[in-house]
Ligand binder design. Structure first.
Ligand code: NAD
Ligand code: SER
Length: 322
């Protein structure tokens, strides 16, 4: 088979998604790349890794030719909080990196491109509850602007060049293997690490900030399912709404208290509050369910149980080796 190339594989999602793809397609068929060489040992030991900047079109072409690449999962991006601190960087990496991937795919007639979108594609004008698939996309962050532009550009390439570009609007992703890379939903990971370490957490969002979230195993399965879905059934290919559960920092704290009664949370909202307030509370993902069979498995309490156990093991290992 032709190889599947990953960009941005060293991040929160890539570090696990590459391994999930290697399990399904074979280690030799999945080429991992990132700007940074600081990727996990598991990723390096399980297959090919190449250091690659998505802004360097010539080097991407060389890697695609060298490894006979047929599809790309394009994860390299600057997320919302880092993007608001440096909007020019977010525009450059997210847009020009993606244009490079789309153009190379067009020129080389690649089979398939998957590039995630985000709940950040929504904005203050978007209906907040059970946000529908087809809705107002008028974000106020540079990250969100790039996500909407990438969805539209993908639609354009699909329509005008007959390409196969797919994407899903990930909610905030919760995981324990690799820390998130500077988003607004990062609190939903940090809360578990601090709970295990200190039995307390100082949250950068207000207690009642409701946001859609998803646990990594569901995120991995959704991505594989969309990647494998029958193209003829996809009516909103470049930005499928995807839901698992919605929650607030206060609800997460209550969930943690079920397992750790003396856990305490405090709140010191910062610039990320405005970003979170511009996004929606809950998502209607019926198209993903109907067109490629999406169904989440993890709710908040199941995530809490698993995260506390997994982060606890890390803490134990850390204590043992120091
Ligand atoms: P991350 O920030 O953890 O990782 C991004 C990776 O991209 C990093 O390893 C970084 O080194 C790499 N990168 C940055 N600039 C690069 C460049 N010029 N060339 C090559 N690599 C570069 O991000 P993530 O959470 O893994 O997100 C992956 C994708 O999923 C992104 O498109 C993101 O917008 C989307 N997404 C993530 C979430 C989430 O909660 N994690 C939610 C919605 C959407
Ligand atoms: N988790 C991401 C962020 O907060 C959403 O795309 O930026």
């Amino acid at each position: 088979m032709k190889k599947i190339l990953f960009t941005g594989c060293g991040g929160q999602i890539g570090s696990e998604l590459v391994l999930a793809f290697r399990n399904v397609y074979g280690s030799e068929n999945v080429i991992a790349t990132d700007l940074s060489a600081n990727v996990s040992r598991e990723l390096l030991d399980s297959g090919t890794f190449v250091q690659l900047d998505v802004l360097d079109k010539e080097s991407i072409v060389n890697v695609i030719d060298k490894y006979d690449v047929g599809s790309v999962v394009h994860l390299a991006a600057i997320l919302s909080a880092v993007g608001e601190k440096n909007p020019q960087l977010a525009w450059n990496v997210n847009m020009n990196g993606t244009v490079n991937i789309f153009e190379i795919a067009r020129e080389k007639k690649l089979e398939k491109i998957l590039v995630p979108s985000s709940i950040a594609a929504f904005g203050p004008d978007t209906p907040k509850e059970m946000t529908p698939q087809r809705t107002i996309l008028h974000p106020t962050t540079m990250y969100g602007v790039t996500k909407v532009a990438i969805e539209l550009l993908g639609d354009y390439y699909n329509h005008h060049y007959g390409m196969d570009i797919r994407g899903l609007r990930y909610p905030g992703v919760i995981s324990h293997k690799t820390l998130p890379g500077g988003g607004t939903t990062d609190y939903a990971v940090a809360i578990y690490f601090d709970a295990v370490k200190k039995k307390s957490y100082n949250c950068f969002l207000k207690e009642d900030t409701m946001l859609p979230m998803i646990y990594m195993p569901d995120c991995l399965r959704a991505t594989l399912e969309l990647f494998q879905a029958d193209k003829s059934r996809l009516t909103c290919a470049t930005g499928y709404n995807l839901a698992a559960f919605s929650t607030t920092p206060a609800e997460m704290a209550e969930s943690i208290k079920k397992y750790m009664p003396d856990f305490e949370i405090t709140y010191s909202p910062d610039f990320r509050q405005e970003i979170a307030d511009s996004w929606t509370n809950s998502i209607d993902d019926r198209e993903a369910r109907e067109e490629w069979g999406w169904k989440p498995e993890y709710d908040l309490d199941r995530v809490t149980k698993d995260m506390l156990a997994e982060v606890g093991k890390k803490q134990f290992n850390l204590t043992q080796t120091t």
